[in-house]
Design a protein around this ligand. Structure first.
Ligand SMILES: Cc1cc2nc3c(=O)[nH]c(=O)nc-3n(C[C@H](O)[C@H](O)[C@H](O)COP(=O)(O)OP(=O)(O)OC[C@H]3O[C@@H](n4cnc5c(N)ncnc54)[C@H](O)[C@@H]3O)c2cc1C
Ligand code: SF4
Length: 315
């Protein structure tokens, strides 16, 4: 159902935002760049009638380097990540991933925090209200069956953030504030794997910053499959990282309701690690590309990524 917002609030501090969130707990949505929230509202996929706009909170716009981490404020716009020389120097794959999101104009508005939390997608769900009504809706929007699988229990809408797979491969964590105070959580732990409710954060939680470890040097290779080189969401995103201590992290996006993570070591058989990643991905036919093609492309992308890593390490 399309619900226009009745209340628009613009707090200046995190504390004020949390206060508003507590007051309107069951009917609000935080707004950052709005490139996901507003489109979902227009399509009738977001019924929040109170928007709490975080745009005036300067504390969320800082990039700070300490002894062990680079802390990236959640409100940094995707297009502005490249301004920060430390990000450019230490995490070029993050810039590549951010640059692959949507289109130039959207990246000037969209934020990194919003990208990590953007809603899961499915070709049977991201449609107009009358389209979804005509097919009788689905599990994610008041219907009784999943149109893609015919099942009555599980929704496999795709996790589509492009920056999150790279950040998870780089072992990033989130600095979160909610009504219970401040906490740090590994990024991969906020995703539930349930396409209907893909995230496990509390209702009032605000991502303050994303912390990426800097103590050990990490190399990361990013790849994205999509019909066109701009605007289209991911049909498959891969990020493969290797850290100085030999840890390998493979992360997949676009092929499951949550990011798939496989951890290994440089001494492990790469083919086995790739097999594990393919096996974990619960891909269904809810994308522009067929399921089998996307499944095969996981192996293709991961083999290419390992070859590129090898080349960089030898140079
Ligand atoms: C045409 C089009 C193409 C797109 N293509 C891509 C793509 O290729 N890849 C991709 O990943 N995305 C894509 N997107 C989705 C979206 O633009 C991006 O994910 C964007 O980064 C979202 O950021 P935002 O700041 O606009 O988020 P918003 O829309 O403001 O918010 C998104 C979600 O995050 C929550 N949120 C935002 N910031 C915080 C915070 N600090 N703390 C707590 N909650 C917060 C909001 O409540 C909301 O649930 C596309 C969108 C459009 C319209
Ligand atoms: S996977 Fe099924 S239940 Fe989930 S959004 Fe798509 S059609 Fe709906």
């Amino acid at each position: 159902m399309i619900v226009a917002e009745k209340l628009y609030l613009k707090p200046k501090t995190i504390e004020e935002a949390i206060r508003f969130a507590k007051q309107y707990e069951n009917k609000f949505r935080y707004l950052a760049g709005g490139t996901d929230v507003i489109v979902n509202k227009f399509q009738g996929n977001d019924e929040a009638d109170c928007l709490i706009d975080l745009a005036n909170i300067d504390e969320l716009k800082q990039v700070v380097k300490n002894k062990n981490h680079l802390k990236i404020g959640s409100l940094i716009r995707l297009d502005d990540l490249k301004i920060h020389s430390e990000i450019k120097k230490l995490f070029p794959a993050l810039l590549e991933a951010a640059h692959s999101v949507a289109s130039p104009m959207l990246r000037k508005t969209a934020t990194i925090g919003g990208n990590i939390l953007c809603e899961n997608r499915c070709i049977f769900y991201n449609q107009s209200e009358w389209w979804r009504e005509a097919v009788g809706y689905c599990l994610k929007c008041d219907g009784e069956i999943c149109i893609a699988t015919g099942g009555k229990k599980n929704c496999f809408s795709k996790f589509v953030s492009d920056t999150a797979p790279v950040l998870i491969a780089l072992n990033a964590s989130l600095n979160i504030i909610d009504t219970n105070g401040e906490s740090i959580i590994l990024l991969e732990e906020i995703y539930s794997g349930d396409g209907m409710k893909p995230r496990k954060l509390s209702r009032t939680a605000i991502i303050k910053s994303i912390q990426v470890p800097t103590k050990e040097k990490q190399i990361c290779i990013f790849k994205k499959l999509r019909p066109r080189e701009a605007v289209d969401f991911s049909s498959l995103t891969t990020a493969v990282s290797k850290s100085e201590n030999g840890t390998i992290r493979i992360v997949l996006g676009g092929v499951d309701p949550k990011p798939i993570l496989v951890e290994g070591n440089v001494r492990d058989d790469k083919k086995e690690l790739i097999k594990q990643a393919v096996k974990k991905a619960r891909i269904i036919d809810n994308d522009f590309y067929p399921r089998l093609y996307r499944k095969e492309m996981i192996t293709v992308f991961l083999e290419r990524s390992f070859a590129e890593l090898e080349k960089i390490l030898k140079a």
